[in-house]
Write a protein that binds this ligand. Structure first.
Ligand code: NAG
Ligand code: NAG
Ligand code: NAG
Ligand code: NAG
Length: 355
């Protein structure tokens, strides 16, 4: 009897494990191969070899890029070097990148580990750059003033809060005000990996301001990218392992109400919004399993989706670029400027293409 129940338990355990394993494989798109979609003229960006996880292109064509992310379980080609913020001027014919100098007394450069970034421009045209930072695997948000002429960032403030345990991406709505996605609920690395593996969908989105901090959306299977429509009325959130892009209505009190979701067949990472057309450009991981367990012989590919008319009954989803990882691995962000597409990756290169 005792033996039987032990076997029964073992069997039950194995079945549960198999269910979760197969669910994780589905959620991470383990077996999807990439059908290539090429663009006419693409060049790798000189000077980016260790990631361009997030990027933002300002209306004047200056792109700010976060590079050198160290994220548990994800490859890094510079594991012992601090991360940096790069500047690229897309008005140049053959733009290269320069590293922005970071100034300000209290900031520890040696542990800088930038992840999602976002800018806010105030009425005096001062540009603030907000950066999700993971010094020693923790989460802070660093607020900088972008000094264009000096090519530098002046550090203003570090934000820490218990509702910001695992920030991934943020969208700035003020100099120290933002919406941010926590990609995990737990802080403990062991619980974190089980949370992801079992698909507990505990990840949540927070509104932060110096006066008020609150959870505005929850129940995500890895909330990842976040952005706002050009008119400021809608917030877009990607749910990486559910392959979904959610549209929320934003209220004057900063709360969000869910309007609709768009299901894709890829792991949707960061979202950029074309300020003119309102189109969404989404950096995606066609095969998440290869991203989470890196093998140089079988690297993750890259994929960029363009989504038109997301608010209508029939949004149009186009694969703008797709590649199997021979050129570009792990695309996480993509943004357009004057007929060109800049694609960033979690830990590898960046690609600049004509559309
Ligand atoms: C950054 O600062 C260093 C030392 O202060 C200086 O030599 C360098 O030129 C600066 N870089 C830029 C891009 O301004
Ligand atoms: C925020 O505003 C929305 C829309 O006006 C309203 O439905 C909601 O009750 C408000 N929430 C709070 C907490 O005030
Ligand atoms: C990623 O998301 C942040 C916040 O929404 C945004 O500021 C940044 O520009 C995005 N990256 C790209 C490539 O759009
Ligand atoms: C990826 O695509 C390239 C070019 O189409 C091809 O040469 C290569 O064999 C492919 N690699 C894999 C792993 O499929």
């Amino acid at each position: 009897m005792a033996k039987l129940s032990l076997f029964t338990l073992l069997g039950l355990g194995l079945t549960l494990f198999k269910d979760h394993e197969s669910s994780f494989q589905t959620r991470s798109n383990a077996f999807r191969e990439v059908k290539p979609v090429e663009l006419p003229k693409c060049n790798l960006v000189k000077g980016i070899e260790t990631g361009s996880e997030d990027l933002e292109i300002l209306p004047n064509g200056l792109a700010l890029i976060s590079s050198g992310l160290k994220y548990p379980g994800i490859k890094s080609f510079a594991p012992n070097k601090p991360g940096k913020i790069l500047l690229m001027d897309l008005n140049e014919a053959d733009p290269a990148v320069v590293e922005l100098n970071i100034t300000g007394s209290a900031f520890d450069l040696s542990s800088f580990n930038p992840h999602g970034i976002s800018t806010f421009t105030d009425e005096d045209n001062t540009v603030y750059l907000l950066v999700v930072n993971h010094p020693d695997v923790k989460t802070t948000v660093e607020c900088f003033k972008f000094q264009k002429e000096e090519k530098s960032l002046l550090h203003l403030k570090t934000i820490r809060h218990k509702l910001l345990p695992n920030l991934n991406d943020i969208v700035a709505v003020g100099p120290e005000h933002f919406y941010g996605t926590n990609d995990h609920y737990f802080i403990d690395p062991f619980l974190k990996s089980w949370e992801l593996y079992l698909g507990l969908a505990l990840s949540y989105v927070v509104y932060y301001s110096p006066d008020e901090v609150k959870v505005v959306a929850d129940g995500f299977d890895f909330a990842n990218g976040i952005n706002i429509s050009p008119d400021g009325k809608y917030v877009y959130i990607t749910e990486l392992l559910a392959h979904k892009i959610h549209v929320y209505e934003k209220h004057a009190n900063w709360t969000l109400t869910s309007l609709k979701s768009l299901v894709t067949d890829t792991l949707v990472d960061n979202i950029s919004v074309d300020p003119v057309t309102g189109d969404l450009w989404v950096g995606c991981h066609p095969n998440g399993k290869r991203l989470f367990s890196y093998d140089p012989k079988n690297p993750p590919g890259s994929e960029v989706l363009q989504i038109q008319n997301i608010l209508t009954e029939e949004p149009k989803v186009t694969v703008a670029y797709a590649e199997n990882g021979t050129v570009l691995q792990g695309s996480s962000a993509a943004s357009v400027y004057k007929g060109k597409l800049l694609i960033g990756t979690v830990y590898q290169k960046a690609l600049y293409c004509e559309l």
